[in-house]
Design a protein around this ligand. Structure first.
Ligand code: ADP
Ligand code: MG
Length: 238
């Protein structure tokens, strides 16, 4: 069970409330996209789910556990960022296996898991290379591989494609969707790009100024935007 439930979550930094009374339910196995303009609170909301920030108010449940004040390590979550921060002195194989080894998984089992993830992402022929010998898209795939090998209950993505050029972005976008269709692991994906949101999300949460403007399937948002902001942002004719 890895549904995610946010109940009346708020987050204040000093005197500024950047997340305002957000309630969102993400179903087990769903690919949920958080979309909104820069500064709307997407990364903060993701960090709250990850446990990298604690809410000022409200509760966060993952599955049937209240994780509101649990540290990130206990949440069974993997995060993929835009800056892929691979270890330059380690091969792809070691980059992918590093987290498993840290978590105490023995060498042989870790190697097996790396092989499976590499196969899934088309990285098998690159396992002995170093990050500097990879293209941007390949590096991003290794960063995803590093998240996949741990088989977490939830994936969190924070604008993972924003360092890639346009063509590659479309390609890796497709790969992430394929990966999700195979694994069916609950995913929360942050982007400011409405095309990306509409093409990837099972469901979309539109944020503005730390508030949820609307939640729905791409079809619902397009056909019945809740207000002019959503209509304008999504590019709906309504
Ligand atoms: P987004 O990811 O949608 O661009 P963020 O969640 O990064 O938005 O930021 C939302 C708002 O919260 C911004 O105004 C940002 O300046 C502010 N903010 C984010 N993190 C902090 C922090 N650690 N301290 C103070 N303000 C912050
Ligand atoms: Mg952000």
């Amino acid at each position: 069970m890895s549904s995610i439930r946010l109940r009346n979550v708020s987050k204040r930094f000093n005197d500024t409330e950047v997340i305002r009374d957000v309630s969102v339910d993400i179903a087990d196995g769903e690919f949920c996209v958080l979309v909104g303009p820069s500064g709307s609170g997407k990364s903060t909301l993701l960090r709250l789910i990850a446990g990298l920030e604690a809410p000022t108010d409200g509760q966060i449940h993952i599955g049937d556990r209240d994780v509101t004040f649990e540290p990130p390590k206990q949440r069974d979550i993997a995060m993929v960022f835009q800056s892929y921060a691979l270890y330059p002195q380690m091969t792809v194989r070691d980059n992918m296996g590093f987290g498993l080894r840290l978590a105490g998984v023995d060498k042989k089992e870790a190697a097996g898991k790396v092989d499976v993830a590499a196969e899934m992402l088309g990285l098998t022929h690159l396992l002995d290379r170093y990050p500097r010998q990879l293209s941007g898209g390949q590096r991003q795939r290794v960063a995803m591989g590093r998240a996949i090998v741990r088989q977490p209950a939830v994936y969190l993505f924070d604008e993972p494609l924003s360092n890639l050029d346009a063509a590659l972005r479309v390609q890796v976008r497709g790969e992430i969707v394929d990966m999700h269709q195979r694994l069916r692991t609950t995913a929360v994906y942050v982007t400011h790009d409405q095309v990306e949101a509409m093409s990837m999300g099972d469901r979309i949460v539109v944020l503005r100024d730390g508030r949820v403007e609307q939640t729905g399937t791409p079809h619902e948002l397009y056909q019945r935007p809740a207000n002019r902001f959503v209509a304008g942002f999504i590019g709906s004719p309504a």
